[in-house]
Ligand binder design. Structure first.
Ligand code: ADP
Length: 629
């Protein structure tokens, strides 16, 4: 994951988290506030309804009193003069806007029953309506008390089938009880009034929970429409017994949701029934939905803003880093003249300028090293040239010396002392010739002018030749030198003389660095690599002093010798005998000219325990040997 995402992702997740929590909390708060507002409105509506009912009661009582105290009415009631009662009561009741008036005499007979019809006219009712049998009238009749307090109830008028709120009051004649006046106002009149003042819908319950009137469904009195709004008898009893308003369950009616609170319908200490104040919920639901949507949009916008700002901030930080990364990649790829070019005074700017300075210095050093290397290469070329020239120059006189020395030797055969001296000259000159030849080989390898004349050969014949040269000294120093399993090896295409030189150097080294009585063993095998073509591997294992791992690469460089040259013994096949440090460089050059590989493995240098060394030569079995021209 790139750093850009590492910076932006947590930022994005955090912002999202804050936004979601924000929307949730704010929506919750709004919903709570709306809910609280709803409850308050319900409470307020309940209070208004209860006040309004009290006002209605006062109006009833006042109206009843005016009727009862109409001059002559009480007397006419007692005299059972129905005509007089009607002539006195009708104008008063009409003037006061009474909807339903029943006057009952002391015997419990309806003396006058007036009911306002649909046209707003007050009409006498002839039929028996049973109003005189209602509990409140019967109670007053049985008391027979002219000063009795008013009684109220809810009831249905059998004539028009409407539900009424009734108030009954005694008709007094001085202290004498002259009958009962019953005033009723239909809920069809009361409810719209209650709705207007409370700004809520109202349902009235009576008779064990039956809804008897409601402002819902267009002020209906239809029993079927009302039955849906009725409550169970048990909940009705609970409401009637409650202290004030009780929050009811939200309900849906005709596809709309409502919230309601119910309360006992109490007038002057009488609990006549119950009522419910009802508020539509849609505005709460809508408002919370609207506010939620608004907040979601607001938070989403804020989030987009925050993320954009975050993105630009991260760009400010990351872009220079990005340029630093691309520049460092380019520099690692060798473009040392590349610079970041970042010019800012912050930490990244500091990092970039330090990086540029470092690159400057690196560039400088590299140029210096390149120059030094060029000089060294020139010097090396000069050295090789010098070796080549001097080797050439030395060869001719050496050949002459050797020739004359051998001639002299033949002539002095009779003089053993002189013959011994000349023998020393011959062997010294041979040694020098070998060194000169080695120098020429090295210069050919360096100049890549080594000429290969490959033929198919068996490696064991090459090794045999080498052995024949070292056998005398090995016998003298009791070194057991032997080859194993070489005869079974397949032939290879190689230059026999050059290959002989390779093993000559390797084996003479093994002899040189193995103490007397040691062992040198040559083994061979065919290596079938998975990638490379099959190769012939010859391992030369000795029980000598070993080679420190740090020199195991270096010894293949020309003129490289481990240890102090002056401490070497003088004989070239003597233990730790000296040499110019050319043998392994020549061997490696020849093996590589054959597309092969030469390396050494040794546990380390230890002249007491003699861990030994193993030199490996690998030559391709199917190579054509034309590596050097
Ligand atoms: P030299 O003329 O000194 O033998 P070489 O190139 O043949 O030069 O060898 C380089 C050095 O490698 C030697 O000086 C010697 O320290 C080390 N070396 C080569 N062969 C062996 C061996 N078999 N065991 C231990 N050291 C060896």
């Amino acid at each position: 994951m790139s750093i850009r995402f590492k910076v932006i992702l947590p930022y994005l997740i955090l912002t999202l988290l804050v936004a979601v929590t924000g929307v949730y909390v704010v929506t919750k708060l709004v919903a709570n506030t709306l809910n609280e507002r709803l409850v308050n409105q319900l409470l307020e509506a309940g209070r208004v309804v209860s006040d309004e009912l009290v006002r209605q009661e006062i109006k009833h009582v006042e109206t009843a009193r005016i009727v009862a105290y109409t001059t002559g009415l009480a007397e006419a009631m007692l005299d059972d003069d129905r005509q007089a009662v009607a002539s006195l009561a009708v104008p008063v009741a009409d003037g006061l806007g009474v909807e339903n008036l029943v006057l009952i005499n002391t015997k419990g007979e309806e003396v006058l029953h007036l009911l306002r019809n649909a046209n707003g006219e007050l009409e006498p009712v002839d039929q028996y309506t049973g109003a005189a049998n209602s509990t409140i009238v019967q109670s007053l009749l049985s008391l027979g008390d002219a000063e009795s307090a008013p009684w109220r109830s809810l009831g249905t008028n059998l004539v028009d089938g409407r539900n009424y709120y009734y108030t009954a009051l005694p008709i007094p004649l001085k202290k004498q009880f002259a009958g009962v006046v019953l005033i009723g106002t239909s809920f069809n009149t009361i409810l719209p009034n209650l709705k207007n003042t409370s700004l809520a819908d109202i349902t009235i319950y009576a008779n064990e929970g039956q809804a008897i009137a409601t402002t819902l469904r267009g002020n209906t009195v239809d029993p079927e429409a009302l039955s849906e709004l009725s409550v169970s008898e048990q909940s009705f009893q609970e409401i009637v017994r409650a202290d004030g308003l009780v929050r009811g369950e939200n309900f849906s009616l005709d596809g709309r949701w409502y919230s309601l609170a119910q309360s006992p319908l109490e007038v002057g200490g009488d609990r006549l029934g119950a009522y419910a104040v009802i508020l539509p919920l849609n505005y709460v639901i809508q408002s919370s939905a609207v506010s939620r949507n608004t907040y979601v949009i607001l938070f989403a916008l804020a989030m987009v803003g925050v993320v954009l700002i975050g993105y630009f901030i991260s760009r400010l930080i990351i872009n220079p880093l990005h340029s630093l990364v691309t520049t460092s990649r380019a520099i690692a790829g060798g473009e040392l003249e590349r610079r970041t070019g970042i010019q800012s005074s912050d930490e990244i700017g500091f990092l970039a300028s330090t990086f540029d300075e470092m690159t400057d210095r690196l560039h400088q050093r590299t140029l210096e090293l390149e120059r030094a290397n060029q000089i060294l290469e020139q010097l090396d070329r000069a050295k090789v040239k010098f070796i080549q020239i001097s080797a050439h120059e030395l060869r001719t006189p050496l050949t002459l010396i050797l020739g004359y020395a051998q001639l002299l030797k033949m002539k002095t055969n009779n003089d053993p002392e002189l013959s011994g001296y000349i023998e020393n000259i011959v062997s010294g000159t041979r040694g020098m010739t070998e060194i000169v030849n080695n120098m020429l080989d090295v210069s050919r390898i360096d100049n890549q002018t080594l000429n290969l004349s490959p033929t198919m050969l068996h490696i064991d014949s090459v090794i045999e030749n080498v052995f024949s040269k070292v056998k005398p000294v090995c016998e003298e120093r009791q070194i057991d030198v032997r080859a194993e399993d070489l005869k079974e090896l397949p032939p290879i295409s190689a230059d026999p003389d050059l290959l002989q030189k390779v093993f000559y150097h390797i084996v003479t080294n093994a002899v040189k660095y193995t103490p007397d009585g040691g062992k040198i063993q040559l083994t061979g095998r065919v290596v079938n690599g998975s990638v490379n073509p099959p190769q012939l591997e010859i391992a030369t294992r000795d029980t000598g002093i070993g080679i420190d791992p740090q020199y195991q690469e270096l010894i293949f460089q020309k003129f490289y010798q481990t240890g102090e040259v002056l401490l070497h013994s003088s004989g070239k096949t003597k233990f730790k005998g000296g040499g110019p440090g050319l043998g392994l460089a020549i061997a490696k050059g020849i093996v590589e000219a054959h597309h092969g590989r030469l390396w050494v493995e040794s546990a380390g240098h230890d002249e007491e325990n003699n861990p030994g060394s193993t030199f490996y030569v690998r030559l391709p079995l199917s190579q054509n040997g034309n590596g050097h021209k």
